[in-house]
Write a protein that binds this ligand. Structure first.
Ligand code: A2P
Length: 334
């Protein structure tokens, strides 16, 4: 995607996925959009030009997202075929039957007949214990696994179930989220349908350079969740890319906000960004990214921020194999 193609685009441009589908490069994040604010935020996003909404079963708000989408469609604001809708299968639902059920429930809650993209949410398997909720913990607070997670068996079952849903027509593209290079390689060894993307935390302090090089070599793309540094994490408010002096300098230079500089940086690397906001002015700001361009010098300055290697989303159940970055993610917040 040429950066110049951004100029005065009313809605975000799209890039092609390996499945042939087109994904808008700015998506609307819905993680932590709470009850009573999700429907209006989704509707506001659609009014503001977003055509890509990122959802997940675990966010617990897909009914409200669906209500916002349905309202926009019924008012003639958008057509279903103009939208790109993503959901994710949670860690306790990797068997064939539960994967199918999870997707069926997401389809019903979102009030649509197909999904554009479904992801395996984490390369981690939880026991399915509905009486304990979606984070089944033992007496010590440790999440309970069903089988040896290192076997990868549950990921294989989930992937094959998703491939079946693509063949059945209810899902257009499939991918993964929070996967390491090794975990993608394992999946590629048996995948009949290749993952189109890996959705991961990616922001200037955590640019994931190695993962990026690998996914490019596999004709996949990276999708950034928490592209602004996930500001709701306790204690993270003061040390995020949004408050970084380099970003502030670039914001001044381009007469844009810090958020717009960060999001534009992601787009210019060929990525897809998923800013979340429930604030109408920010929702509009976060997609107003196509009337300016960071120059080579700006991109070099942004690249230097990656030396921080600071990850904000680092739940205790994941990244057991030596992930870098401080664990600032409170257990209760997922
Ligand atoms: P809110 O939803 O109250 O508007 P991330 O996408 O990195 O996870 O960050 C989401 C957080 O960033 C939310 O707390 C959101 O607040 C805040 N946020 C979203 N857009 C902006 C913006 N343009 N400027 C400042 N904060 C923002």
């Amino acid at each position: 995607m040429a950066a110049s193609s951004f100029a005065s685009t009313p809605v975000a441009p799209t890039i092609k996925l390996s499945s042939g589908a087109s994904i808008p490069v700015v998506g609307f994040g819905t993680w932590r959009a709470g009850p009573g604010e999700t429907e209006s935020s989704v509707y506001c996003a659609l009014q503001s030009g977003y055509r890509h909404i990122d959802c997940a079963k675990i966010y617990g708000n897909e009914k409200e997202v669906g209500a916002g989408i349905t309202r926009a469609i019924s008012e003639g604001l958008v057509k279903r075929e103009e939208l790109f809708l993503t959901t994710k299968v949670w860690n306790d639902s990797h068997t064939t039957e539960r994967t199918q059920r999870s997707v069926t429930e997401s389809l019903a809650d979102l009030q649509v007949s197909y999904l554009d993209l479904v992801l395996i949410h984490w390369p981690v398997e939880f026991a399915y214990l509905p009486e304990k909720g979606m984070f089944p913990r033992d007496d010590k607070g440790v999440v309970i696994n069903d089988t040896d997670p290192s076997s990868g068996a549950s990921i294989k079952a989930c992937w094959q179930a998703l491939e079946g849903l693509v063949s059945a027509g209810s899902v257009r593209s499939i991918g993964v989220s929070n996967f390491s290079i090794e975990e993608i390689q394992t999946l590629l060894a048996y995948a009949k349908i290749k993952p189109v993307c890996n959705q991961v935390e990616l922001q200037p302090y955590f640019p994931q350079d190695e993962l990026l090089a690998f996914v490019k070599s596999q004709n996949m793309i990276l999708v950034h969740y928490s592209p602004l540094g996930n500001l709701r994490n306790k204690g993270a408010e003061d040390d995020t890319p949004l408050n970084d002096p380099v970003v502030a300098t670039l914001a001044k230079k381009h007469s844009k906000s810090a958020a717009q500089i960060i999001l534009r940086w992601g787009l210019q690397q060929g990525h897809v960004v998923l800013p979340k906001s429930v604030t109408p002015s920010r929702i509009r700001e976060n997609i107003a990214l196509f009337d300016f361009e960071l120059d080579a010098e700006d991109m070099v300055a942004m690249k230097a921020l990656g030396a921080k290697q600071k990850r904000y989303v680092n739940p205790t159940f994941a990244f057991k194999n030596g992930a870098s970055g401080a664990n600032v993610f409170p257990k209760s917040a997922l």
